[in-house]
Write a protein that binds this ligand. Structure first.
Ligand SMILES: [Zn+2]
Length: 419
């Protein structure tokens, strides 16, 4: 069988593994709380607060969708015309067109162009966040964060590009197999290593001071069977007013991270509810499952890119001879961009189901539905979330159940517990 035939077999196998993993590991049978409860919850929220959140979301929308559209257009313009391949050539020219220069500098140039074209929309977003008082870091802080994230992406991108095109040169016929394994490995590595390496670039972490809250959180984690090494406080307030918490690391490195904004804004019972939700993610191994399915998806994507990218009409459009040359990188970016836009609602649906399970875990662990509900109200108020967003937007991009869904879930829990 030819490498192409094997690639088809591998793709079918990976797709099957993904479907099986998703069917077994995603909590599909977790329908949202009844709509009547949601509407009742919505009615209980202050009307002016709901109006302000909706105004804020409406202000973000034009820039957000324009950014998606322009990002797609530029990816297609670079990938499906010879423009992109010429850009890669241009980047490699000072080095005599050496493949390393084309692969690394050309690849980064393509990504940089896409970033720069959508930069005005990022600035728009920052302006809206500042106008509504959510962003606190100012334009200088925003720019520093932007440059830091460019630097982090450039380092990771350069290593990935160099590795990818080195593999292609070493195994011209079977690169897709090594590439798939490498992409899967990279997803695993980034998922476990990145938080530890990258978090400190953006935030400073200090152990939470000794006291009843810290004791309660450590005890709750132990009771839940997910012992944590420490509870850390992140200095998120220098960038944002938004509140959040998360659990990162695995096994002996697991720690709870709480935004200082959350400690400032919410009473201890609500902080406990947030952390209980995060412990739910740790207990159900949501990060591990996400990493595993992400790794399978990345491997499948490399094989699919090899198969689709070898299609002659696409190569002609891109002005290249083979998908394996660095000049074809813009074509790969175009394909990945399209797939990303199409896959977004599926990813959002999976994320919402997983988040709903973590909510249920938090309710059961704390047995305090009223703290859970007031925490949801507070999160929505501070983060200016639309408590009941438009259906189409919810289906396309909501990573969490809506505020009214989460409030309704707390009420359903209270009812079942007989309270
Ligand atoms: Zn969550």
């Amino acid at each position: 069988m030819s490498p192409r035939g094997w690639a088809l077999v591998a793709l079918a196998g990976l797709a099957l593994a993904l479907v099986v993993a998703a069917a077994l590991l995603i909590p599909w049978n977790r329908p949202p709380a009844p709509r009547a409860d949601q509407l009742a919850a919505l009615g209980d929220l202050p009307a002016d607060q709901v109006a302000r959140s909706r105004e804020f979301r409406a202000a973000l929308r034009p820039g957000g969708y324009a950014s998606l559209a322009v990002g797609l257009l530029i990816a297609l313009a670079l990938g499906l015309t010879p423009l992109g391949s010429r850009l890669v050539e241009l980047a490699g020219r000072p080095f005599g067109g050496h493949w390393v220069a084309q692969a690394v500098l050309g690849g980064l140039a393509v990504v940089l162009v896409a970033d720069l074209v959508t930069l005005p929309f990022s600035a728009w977003r920052q302006a809206v966040l500042t106008r509504y008082g959510l962003s606190t870091n100012g334009w200088a802080g925003w720019l520093v964060d932007l440059l830091k994230s460019y630097a982090v992406s450039a380092v990771i991108g350069a290593v990935a590009l160099l590795g990818f095109y080195a593999v292609i040169r070493l195994a011209p016929r079977w690169w897709w197999a090594f590439g798939a394994a490498g992409a899967a490995g990279l997803v695993v590595l980034l998922s476990f290593v990145l938080p530890v390496l990258v978090e400190p670039v953006f935030n400073r972490f200090t152990p939470m001071e000794q006291g009843p809250l810290r004791t309660e959180l450590m005890a709750m984690a132990a009771r839940d069977g997910v012992p944590v090494r420490d509870v850390l406080v992140a200095d998120a307030s220098r960038r944002t007013r938004a509140v959040n918490a998360y659990v990162s690391g695995i096994g002996p490195t697991r720690r709870v991270v709480v935004y200082d904004t959350l400690l400032r804004e919410a009473p201890p019972a609500e902080v406990t509810a947030v952390v209980a939700h995060e412990l739910g993610h740790a207990r159900d191994r949501d990060v591990t499952v996400g990493t595993l399915t992400g790794a399978l998806g990345a491997a499948a994507a490399v094989v699919a890119l090899y198969l689709i990218g070898s299609w002659a009409p696409l190569l002609r459009l891109a002005g290249v001879d083979s998908v394996a040359e660095p000049r074809a990188f813009p074509l790969l970016v175009a394909l990945v961009t399209v797939v990303g836009l199409v896959a977004a609602p599926v990813q959002a649906l999976i994320s919402r189901r997983v988040e709903a399970r973590a909510d249920a875990h938090a309710l059961a662990l704390t047995d305090d539905p009223s703290a859970f509900e007031s925490m949801q109200r507070r999160l929505a108020t501070i983060n200016l979330a639309d408590p009941d967003p438009p259906r189409w937007e919810y289906l396309y991009s909501a990573s969490h159940p809506s505020t009214v869904e989460r409030m309704a879930a707390a009420r359903a829990y209270a009812r079942e517990a007989g309270r």
